[in-house]
Design a protein around this ligand. Sequence first.
Ligand code: ZN
Length: 297
Amino acid sequence: MKNIMIVLISLILTGSVFPDELNVVTTYPYIASIVEQIGKDKVNVFALANGEWDPHTIIPKPSFIAKLRKADILILNGAQLEIGWLPPLMRQANNSKIQVGTPGILDLSKYVELIEVPTAISRAQGDVHPDGNPHFHLDFKNIPKISTAIAHKLLEIDPVNKATYEQNNNAFLEKFYQKEKEWTAALEKLRGTKVIEYHKIYDYLLQRVGFQLVGTIEPVPGISPTSRHIESLEKIISSNDVKYILQDVYHPDDASKYLSSKHKIKMIIIPHDIGSVSNTNNIFEFFDEIVRRLIDD
Ligand SMILES: [Zn+2]
């Protein structure tokens, strides 16, 4: 009896009252949403970043270290999106389960095809996309690859629930492919539309939809616009029929608003992650909302 009490107390103190649940930490909310769909009641998921923040520059909180310390699995976007903020947190958490090269870490960028991979290292000019564009989750066709990679990781770390993870992923894929058909059909009428964006965050989406990106408000990813760069954008606008300016929720929108009002181009706020705007509580709602904002003309 005494032994049982000691075990119970130590379980409560270490927070593992439900030792069956895997503690999964993800860097971004979109990853957490997919983990919830695949892991359901077998996992306890926590996303470090908030969907309203710049994914490149997360301000760390002390609670992040505690979460990383207890993690069984860490799932990250990769392609250097977290390079500016995650490594020091991982060092401080010092959790042997989620060190680079161990099975407890999953880098999703390894499962998709990156676009805009530079031929020479351009980080010297301040480019925050040195490995190629890291915002691949904005292409909904990458989500099934991501969910399957997550399912394989969960069943590798927790083989007892292998069948559950496989079933959940199959159910997720079935629903996702159905939604994907709807999104593709709804966006078809926008093929060929010319757009400008602030940061090169929507490029995978633009490629999927068949938008034509004619300019970015940032001269280089991560570098704020100069007045000379805005002038060069205005020249592009004068010789192109630009329909939309796509603005994210975390960069200043003064340049977009200026170009929008001066040149009569509609500015649309597009969420870049779950929670960027309202009605984006999971991965399905996230794409529903993006599509709704793009076709709502
Ligand atoms: Zn970026």
